[in-house]
Design a protein around this ligand. Structure first.
Ligand SMILES: NC(=O)c1ccc[n+]([C@@H]2O[C@H](COP(=O)([O-])OP(=O)(O)OC[C@H]3O[C@@H](n4cnc5c(N)ncnc54)[C@H](OP(=O)(O)O)[C@@H]3O)[C@@H](O)[C@H]2O)c1
Length: 165
């Protein structure tokens, strides 16, 4: 099972125009960590890896201490990453590293994963804030069918979708 997870604003952006994620409260980091603990592998693009390295040190440590395999995808064979990550040059290479795989990345890797038809499920953690102009989850929207929805008192909505293949 391959699941794509993103935190998204109510108007459909995963980051602000410059790549910051100021609309995302630190409190939803635990949702990502919980999903990581339900998977064997988490995959991210090189730019998401670099964005995570800008997070507060305590959040990075909580993530990097998790047991699952943390994979960074890049086409740059000279790219250097921290020892707690695995580097691969493509998505399919990373998929063989486990049975349950989580992808959390930006539109570049997300759209590539849809094009390669490897995503089974999409999870959106929708924050009740507007970004107005920013980075979308995909460059080309896949066809999705909603299979689960939960609303929280803080206004967040958790939605799960099956990818129509
Ligand atoms: N809100 C959320 O849930 C969330 C989650 C993750 C990220 N984000 C945001 O998303 C933004 C980054 O998104 P992005 O789309 O610009 O970048 P990205 O998907 O994180 O990374 C793109 C990079 O990954 C590598 N890559 C992508 N597809 C590949 C493939 N098929 N094979 C080999 N390498 C591949 C390339 O690295 P090289 O250039 O090194 O070759 C590419 O430049 C950041 O602003 C981040 O904060 C938000």
């Amino acid at each position: 099972m391959v699941t794509l997870y993103n935190v998204i604003s109510e108007d459909g952006y995963i980051a602000e125009r410059g790549g910051t994620e100021n609309f995302i409260p630190d409190s939803v980091w635990s949702d990502f960590l919980n999903l990581c603990q339900q998977n064997d592998v988490v995959i991210m693009g090189r730019k998401t890896y670099e964005a995570i390295q800008q997070y507060p040190a305590t959040l990075i440590k909580e993530f990097e201490n998790l047991k699952l395999k943390k994979v960074v995808v890049t086409r740059n064979s000279n790219y250097k990453i921290k020892a707690s990550y695995i580097i691969t040059n493509g998505l399919k290479v990373a998929l063989v590293l486990g049975n349950n795989v989580l992808i959390s990345s930006g539109p570049d890797l997300n759209t590539g994963a849809v094009a390669e038809e490897i995503i089974d499920k999409v999870i959106l953690n929708i924050i009740p804030s507007k970004v107005l102009d920013g980075i979308k989850q995909f460059n080309v929207e896949p066809e999705l069918k909603m299979i689960f929805e939960k609303k929280f008192e803080d206004g967040r909505i958790w939605r799960e979708y099956q990818v129509v293949k």
